[in-house]
Write a protein that binds this ligand. Structure first.
Ligand SMILES: Nc1ncnc2c1ncn2[C@@H]1O[C@H](COP(=O)(O)OP(=O)(O)O)[C@@H](O)[C@H]1O
Ligand SMILES: [Mg+2]
Length: 237
């Protein structure tokens, strides 16, 4: 792990109208491994991910990638800078085919994660390559959302609950994909409701409560999963 984080969130505030959702949120995301954000529903995990991606404006604070201040850049510029998002709820393009999703890559992006790589890790998508996304099952749409983000060959991939609603076998496939992406040196920032999954893939977990990350625990330092689970749920302080 390099000393310099891949991504830094510093004192970020965000609002929806007058509703104050992120409160001076701070998080360092080390380069080249997997950080999981965990926490109860509604604490602001998706808002934080979307703020990093430039999809939710920030009212205070900074978001930096390396020595680049992304805070005021639009999402397109953040994508060019190497960020990619697997959004919560998949959000695939209903009227595009699987093939089209996996060849949408912005010009210039090339690398190991191309359509063939996606078909290798998700063979089911190869079988459905000519299908419109609206005709895919939920699990297939999840694979497609992950594949689409990776074909941009990001340096940092943000995954917002990629295992939500997936059958256990497919959760295992997603775990394998996250491990391969990590193995390729890509930084992964993952939001997970499933603490078991988070602990099985992440190098550390960042626990969010009330609009801010209040602790970060290195995986190797976690000995008591039950105590961690209570911390995540907010039943202990
Ligand atoms: N587009 C929106 N407009 C208004 N409020 C929102 C919007 N999106 C989320 N919220 C509210 O912001 C808070 C944080 O939501 P979110 O970031 O989705 O939480 P999480 O991902 O941790 O479940 C919740 O209270 C939610 O109701
Ligand atoms: Mg969410």
């Amino acid at each position: 792990m390099d000393a310099e984080p891949a991504l830094r969130v510093v004192g970020v505030d965000a609002f929806y109208g007058t509703s104050h959702v992120l409160h001076a949120t701070t998080l360092d995301v080390p380069r080249g491994d997997v950080t999981a954000i965990v926490g109860p529903n509604g604490v602001g995990k998706t808002t934080l991910i979307n703020a990093i991606m430039g999809l939710v404006p920030i009212a205070a604070g900074r978001i930096e990638a390396g020595d680049m201040d992304l805070s005021r850049l639009p999402a397109t510029a953040r994508r060019r800078h190497g960020l990619a998002l697997v959004p919560q709820g998949r959000r695939v393009f209903r009227s595009l085919t699987v093939d089209e999703h996996l060849t949408l890559v912005p010009s210039g992006a090339s690398g190991r994660f191309d359509r063939d790589w996606v078909f290798e890790v998700f063979p089911r998508l190869a079988e459905r390559r000519s299908s419109l996304a609206r005709n895919l099952s939920g699990g297939e749409q999840s694979m497609l959302a992950i594949g689409r983000a990776l074909t941009a060959n990001p340096r940092i991939v943000l995954m917002d609950e990629p295992t939500e609603g997936l059958a256990p076998l497919l959760v295992e496939v997603v775990r394998d994909v996250v491990e391969r992406v990590r193995g390729a040196g890509v930084t992964v920032l993952l939001v997970e409701q499933n603490l078991g999954f988070a602990l099985s893939v992440a190098d550390r977990v960042a626990i969010m409560h009330r609009g801010a990350v209040d602790r970060v625990r290195e995986r190797d330092a976690i000995t008591d999963v039950e105590a961690l689970s209570e911390l995540v749920l907010g039943t202990t302080e």
